[in-house]
Design a protein around this ligand. Structure first.
Ligand code: PMT
Length: 426
């Protein structure tokens, strides 16, 4: 998975920098090309000579070479890379990355980076646990960076706790898994609907729901990070897309979302319908603001909106995968299964408002994925980013592998989950 991959390895001033030599070796052995960018403090812990000998490339540390003025372009490095890994990442570098303080070559390279960025923190346990470090890490995650959590163990300070940079072999495995997943969706086109729809009553009022778009946008970023071309049809939300492979189509009403979905679905491999589409719209739109009439009640006549999932289910071809979401408040599994069947979906992702931290607006979600045969796989509460990864792992395993092999793996993981639950009960 790493053969031929171009990796920028950022090294900062931590005692764990000695592990960077092993990391370089492991990456090179796997066939990756490694360009080291090291901070001035990093050079106090490991010499550029060691690193350039291992990588067969000059190590970059400053913006230019002092004796001949050769300029090192952080922009070029940002365009060259397939991935940037910062290991070890100190609290200071994490803070600078989170706040755009571009005072060394590593940070400017990070800010110019077009490829995914992985960060492996290394520091003392109290520094790691400090709210400012945690806040900076959260900020970096929200920008789409991936954090390789430090391990718990013996630290350079002679204390024990969480803060040890993860071992090079584990870091390499994380990167391999990332490229493996990415490959699964290369040359695939995915359509995703997200957010709420607005159904206009008059120029100042509409019918809608609480969807923030977070779940749908997390899916879009996940699919794009795995190499897919994504068409994201979104209702009105306050979110930005990050990945360049996401083509965003902004719509307002269910009718507009329906039209956009019908136009784009035939050219895609997978449709994931995460939008909370308003089921009804007002029959009459008033050109002028409806006036309050004292003492009188107001009755709005509503008519059903098109069911986008059902329409796509009707035109779905054999080689296309269609995934719906079901937001329930009661009778969850039977309701979700009924929607799966009625809309001719291959999978439905159930989330219930009865689960704390799940559903609208939250940064987390708790899902159960149900396949067309009615098999259900439940997941614990996770961040919406992790939930998006679980959804994509499940549907790509089952559909893009051989269907038989995929089903075997799906059933195997269900058995594992059942055993876990049994053990928990015992
Ligand atoms: O956006 P967030 O704040 O992050 O919240 C995420 C979410 C709760 C909106 C999301 O996880 C979710 O559950 N989305 C589906 C919500 C919903 O409308 O569920 P439903 O059970 O009413 O609809 C079932 C399926 O049919 C959904 O895939 C829906 O997109 C689709 N549908 C529904 C009605 C309609 N007219 N057209 C549709 O395509």
């Amino acid at each position: 998975m790493l053969a031929g991959k171009k990796i920028v390895l950022g090294i900062t001033g931590s005692i764990a920098a000695y592990k960077a030599a092993c990391l370089c070796r492991a990456l090179i052995k796997k066939g990756a090309e490694v360009q080291v960018v090291i901070t001035p403090a990093g050079k106090e812990f490991i010499t550029p000579v060691t690193l350039s000998a291992l990588t067969q490339k000059p190590v970059v540390s400053a913006f230019f070479t002092a004796n001949d003025g050769t300029w090192h372009s952080h922009v070029d490095i940002g365009l060259w890379a397939d991935l940037m890994l910062i290991a070890p990442a100190t609290a200071a570098t994490i803070g600078k990355m989170a706040n755009g303080i571009a005072d060394n070559m590593l940070i400017t390279t990070y800010l110019s980076m077009k490829a995914p960025v992985f960060i492996a923190p290394a520091m003392d346990l109290d520094m790691y646990a400090h709210p400012s470090t945690q806040q900076n890490l959260e900020k970096l995650k929200s920008y789409g960076n991936q954090i390789i959590e430090p391990a718990t163990g013996f630290l350079a300070s002679a204390l024990e706790g969480k803060g040890r940079m993860e071992e090079p072999d584990t870091i390499v495995k994380v990167l391999e898994t990332f490229f493996e997943k990415k490959v699964q969706l290369t040359q695939k086109k995915v359509l995703i609907t997200a957010g709420p729809t607005y159904e206009k009553i008059d120029p100042v009022r509409y019918i809608s729901n609480y969807s923030s778009g977070k779940m749908g946008f997390a899916l879009a970023e996940e699919c794009a990070a795995r190499g897919a071309e994504v068409i994201l049809i979104t209702g009105p939300v306050r979110l930005e897309t990050i990945h360049p492979n996401i083509k965003r189509i902004n719509v307002e009403s269910a009718e507009e979302m329906h039209q956009a979905a019908l136009a784009h679905f035939p050219e895609t491999d997978t449709g994931i319908l995460c939008a909370a589409v308003a089921d009804y719209k007002p029959v009459h739109y008033s050109e002028n603001k409806l006036k309050r009439k004292s003492g009188e009640s107001l009755t709005l006549e509503l008519t059903p909106n098109p069911d986008i999932a059902k329409s796509l289910g009707e035109i779905k071809k054999e080689n296309q995968v269609l995934v719906g979401f079901a937001l329930e408040t009661d009778n969850e599994l039977p309701n979700a299964k009924e929607k799966l069947q009625k809309k001719n979906l291959d999978f439905i992702v159930l989330n219930s408002l009865r689960d704390a931290g799940a559903g609208f607006r939250e940064d987390t979600n708790k899902i159960t994925i149900i396949d067309a045969e009615g098999n259900a796989k439940a997941f614990p509460l996770k961040s919406k980013k992790e939930v998006a990864a679980d959804v994509m792992d499940t549907i790509t395993t089952v559909r893009y592998m051989s269907i038989e092999e995929g089903r075997r793996l799906f059933h195997e993981s269900m058995k594992q989950l059942e055993n876990c639950l049994k053990q928990n009960d015992e």
